[in-house]
Write a protein that binds this ligand. Structure first.
Ligand SMILES: [Zn+2]
Length: 326
């Protein structure tokens, strides 16, 4: 009997205490909602990337000018890469030089030595969600409206981890040292049906919005993966990202491979960025990139964001789109 009474007393006490606690939680939430949303405790993010140390980048941003279109860049470098930090640094300076000739300067925010899980290497960048119907041949850039390339889970995990603590993610370019990143594309069979190609490894990949459109989360749209250097690899990948085009240039239509393409968007080692219609509007498109801003008396003004989903013919490009999306 005594035991039962004690038990019910304990129960009542627990009940009252729980009620009091609930009341407190509700009250503190009410207080918060006057200004912000009721806040839930933030769990610390458990990084799988180790951010080992920052490289000395003094002297790399000495010539930044006000009122010039600027792209913010963060470089991550790993000792496992085929290129040294000095090689990546030279890639950055060469790219900066190439873009400055057409009015865009690159601002290196920081460069960090990292280590990360080996299982993030040799991954497929994205899957295709669909294929064109048999005998249908979409225009080059329209193909991505059909195939809908969409990031794989492992790539998303890696992208989240590398950029988790960064500011202004959607407007910053991040270079990640992932190796063996592979892509797939739609390939036509002799009987005119379509299939998904075998995976093809890339030395660098820019994850541009003309391919991924709004299927890449805004905060990841500035990411480029790069494991090796050809001296102009970073400049070329920045071209994909900032001009938002494939391998094309100087009256040559876009192609899967850049082997026979002149200028920055080919594989020939050139960093020339052509303009005008014969240059397929590359200079003009570059200057409209939503990643670019101008600094004026301490105020930073970004270009307008994509008007639609960031496709090749997004409305921000106005007439700087080749007819038929070829
Ligand atoms: Zn390319």
């Amino acid at each position: 009997m005594k035991k039962v009474l004690q038990l019910s007393l304990t129960k009542t006490l627990v009940f009252i205490l729980t009620g009091l606690m609930l009341f407190c939680v509700v009250q503190s939430c009410k207080k918060d909602t006057e200004e912000t949303e009721c806040s839930t405790p933030i769990e610390p993010f458990n990084h799988q990337v180790s951010f080992n140390y920052e490289y000395d980048i003094s002297g790399m941003n000495d010539t930044m000018r006000d009122n010039v279109l600027t792209a913010d860049i963060v470089l991550f470098h790993s000792d496992d890469m085929a290129m040294t930090w000095n090689t990546l640094k030279a890639e950055f300076l060469r790219a900066d030089n190439a873009f400055r000739t057409v009015g865009v300067q690159l601002n290196l925010k920081k460069a960090v030595n990292v280590t990360f899980p080996a299982e993030w290497n040799n991954q497929l960048a994205y899957n295709l969600l669909d294929l064109p119907d048999s005998a249908v041949n979409p225009a080059f850039y329209d193909m991505y409206n059909t195939t809908k390339p969409t990031l794989t889970d492992t790539i998303k995990i890696a992208f989240k981890d590398f950029t988790y603590d960064e500011e202004n993610k959607a407007r910053t370019i991040f270079v990640l040292p992932l190796k063996g990143v592979k892509i797939v594309f739609a390939q036509q069979n002799p009987d005119s049906t379509w299939k998904v190609s075998n995976p093809v490894a890339t030395g660098a990949l820019s994850f541009p919005t003309y391919i991924l459109q709004n299927r890449i989360p805004r905060n990841y749209r500035g990411i480029i993966t790069m494991e090796q250097s050809s001296a102009v690899t970073l400049a070329h990948e920045l071209g994909h990202k900032l001009i938002n085009v494939s391998h094309e240039g100087l009256n040559i239509s876009p192609a899967f491979s850049g082997s026979s393409i002149p200028g920055l968007m080919g594989y020939g080692g050139s960093t020339t960025i052509y303009g005008g219609q014969s240059g397929r509007w590359h200079q003009e498109r570059l200057l409209l990139s939503p990643f670019l801003y101008k600094m004026n008396s301490g105020t930073r003004t970004y270009n307008p964001d994509y008007s639609g989903n960031g496709s090749y013919n997004d409305a921000i490009y106005g007439s700087y789109v080749m007819a038929g999306n070829f």
